[in-house]
Design a protein. Structure first.
Length: 140
């Protein structure tokens, strides 16, 4: 497969995140400190390796225990690196643009407040809004 670059790469990856990814604000520890997290799960190892090689982050592998199911690779990028990644693909996001904008706003506030001590009330509000944006199923 031809390797993509620049805006073409960002548009392609935005489509992957729109379809296969999640943008969330997860609690880092029991202390109610939230962290921006972007994750893409897929059964295609090449795709996950490409994301890792291009943008950093980490990869988790889960071997299927069922014969009829494929193995799953998961690419995860968090905090500042996730915000940098998101700023590259945001112009191309369609379905997850609201989550992307909220995530960048959240991360920007954390950076501006130094040492990740942002306003806990605003963080909690962002977490609730992100949960609402990510809600799936009949109740949406």
């Amino acid at each position: 497969m031809k390797f993509l670059k620049g805006k073409t790469l960002y548009a392609y990856v935005a489509g992957i995140v729109d379809g296969e990814g999640t943008i969330t604000l997860n609690a880092q520890t029991k202390r109610s400190i939230f962290c921006l997290r972007i994750e893409v799960c897929n059964t295609n190892e090449w795709l996950i390796q490409m994301l890792h090689n291009q943008f950093g982050g980490i990869i988790h592998f889960r071997k299927s225990t069922r014969i009829q199911c494929k193995n799953v690779w998961r690419w995860i990028i968090v905090s500042r690196k996730a915000a940098e990644f998101l700023s590259l693909i945001l112009p191309y996001l369609q379905l997850k643009r609201p989550q992307g904008e909220l995530a960048l706003s959240f991360q920007g506030r954390r950076v501006a407040s130094k040492r990740n001590k942002s306003n806990a009330v605003l963080d909690q509000a962002d977490k609730i809004l992100m949960l609402s944006l990510n809600k799936t199923g009949r109740g949406k």
